[in-house]
Design a protein around this ligand. Structure first.
Ligand SMILES: NC(=O)c1ccc[n+]([C@@H]2O[C@H](COP(=O)([O-])OP(=O)(O)OC[C@H]3O[C@@H](n4cnc5c(N)ncnc54)[C@H](O)[C@@H]3O)[C@@H](O)[C@H]2O)c1
Length: 367
């Protein structure tokens, strides 16, 4: 993806002043063994490199093999990180990576999606983790089924994360990626957004700003009502399918767009996902049909009566086919993450096991 990695890394670091300052304010991290399970794209590099410079030992795994940028992993390994992550690694390699990270003996975890914590809690063995951080709504949902053996600090639900990154960046970057990938705009198109959390709200607002005619499908009655109060038509998902030109899943849940929905779509409809899990769409159903790739990241599946276009194989579209968040917005996200790492290193041992919102005192100085 990068034509000149060093130049792009320098550009990213230049435009992330809050992250640079937050890393500089961290205590010395000698003795900290930090396993990071995260999207490994360019924007993560300045932060992870900064942690290594501060003395941390780092083991990198990914929360999503389709978003890994191998240049970033190579760079961070040269900086001294250990890693078991590469673009499009197989499911079994991906699963092994969690065991390898845990066998490496981390003292702290920094996660997006709770893969390491979930794996660790499947057995009574494993490293004695002092504290962890979780950055995603999907990870927080998974942790609902776990009784943590160490304190885990949720920072997805901080207004500064969900209100900024989830609400404003995902929609903007998803549609930019749509334009670049398909060379089409949303004008004259009916866009159905599935899920009206902060991400879906931003995806809907950005689609409207870019000329789309937006409808919302939402299971939760309170969120559906909120969508109505925000002025959106709220539709039944199955009934909306025949009119939809573009469908965006933004739920973080599995099996949202099932075979019956896909069969009800019209010829030429586009399908994309911005949620954390690739299984929001029944991609295996589509893969039963003949297929071609008219454009990079655009797969055309020929059903008996129509062609459907699946973008980025149903994985997180804005990060897989595009650059994801802008540097300025992600600067805030990463500065909070760096402050969170400072918190789990400094104070993690003083908290009882459990799931907590990252306290404001830990991050407010970095804004
Ligand atoms: N692509 C990105 O860059 C990016 C960035 C941040 C978060 N995310 C991911 O986006 C997803 C959504 O995040 P969020 O903060 O809005 O989550 P959220 O949990 O607040 O909202 C998800 C909404 O989807 C609804 N939903 C679930 N199943 C549904 C179904 N079958 N039909 C209709 N609605 C359904 C839920 O009721 C909920 O209101 C998460 O997986 C999150 O990790 C992606």
């Amino acid at each position: 993806m990068y034509e000149n990695f060093d130049a792009e890394l320098g550009w990213a670091a230049l435009h992330m002043p809050r992250t640079r300052a937050a890393v500089a304010a961290l205590p010395a991290l000698n003795g900290v063994r930090l396993a990071c399970n995260m999207h490994l794209d360019l924007k993560m590099a300045p932060l992870v490199a900064g942690l290594i410079d501060r003395g941390a030992e780092v083991f990198l795994t990914t929360c999503n093999p389709t978003t890994v940028q191998n240049d970033v992993v190579d760079f961070l390994v040269k900086k001294g990180a250990s890693a078991h992550a590469w673009r499009d690694m197989s499911d079994s390699d991906w699963s092994d990576s969690f065991d390898k990270a845990l066998a490496w003996g981390p003292t702290h975890l920094c996660e997006m999606g709770a893969d390491l914590t979930s794996r660790l809690h499947q057995s009574s063995n494993g490293p004695a983790i002092i504290a962890g951080l979780e950055a995603t709504g999907s990870g927080i949902s998974r942790l609902g089924g776990v009784t943590p053996r160490y304190p885990i600090f949720n920072w997805d639900d901080l207004p500064v994360k969900e209100g900024l990154h989830n609400r404003h960046m995902v929609g903007l970057t998803a549609w930019h990626t749509f334009f670049q990938t398909t060379h089409l705009t949303l004008h004259e198109k009916t866009v159905v957004v599935i899920g009206y959390g902060l991400v879906g709200q931003g995806v809907a607002a950005a689609a409207k700003a870019y000329g789309g005619q937006v409808q919302i499908a939402e299971l939760d009655p309170a969120r559906a009502l909120q969508a109505k109060y925000d002025g959106w038509p709220v539709v039944d998902l199955l009934e909306a399918m025949p009119q939809a030109d573009v469908i965006a899943t933004a739920t973080g849940a599995k099996g949202v767009l099932a075979a019956k929905h896909l069969q009800a779509l019209k010829d030429g409809a586009f399908i994309l996902n911005v949620g954390h899990v690739a299984q929001e769409i029944d991609v295996p159903f589509l893969k039963q049909h003949p297929h071609s790739q008219p454009m990079p990241y655009v797969d055309a599946y020929r059903l008996p009566d129509k062609t459907l276009y699946l973008l980025a194989d149903g994985s997180m579209f804005n990060l897989t086919a595009g650059y994801g968040d802008s540097l300025n917005a992600f600067d805030v996200t990463l500065a909070v993450m760096a402050a969170g790492i400072g918190h789990i290193v400094d104070a993690g041992k003083d908290w009882q096991p459990g799931l907590y919102l990252l306290p404001q005192s830990a991050w407010k100085a970095v804004l």
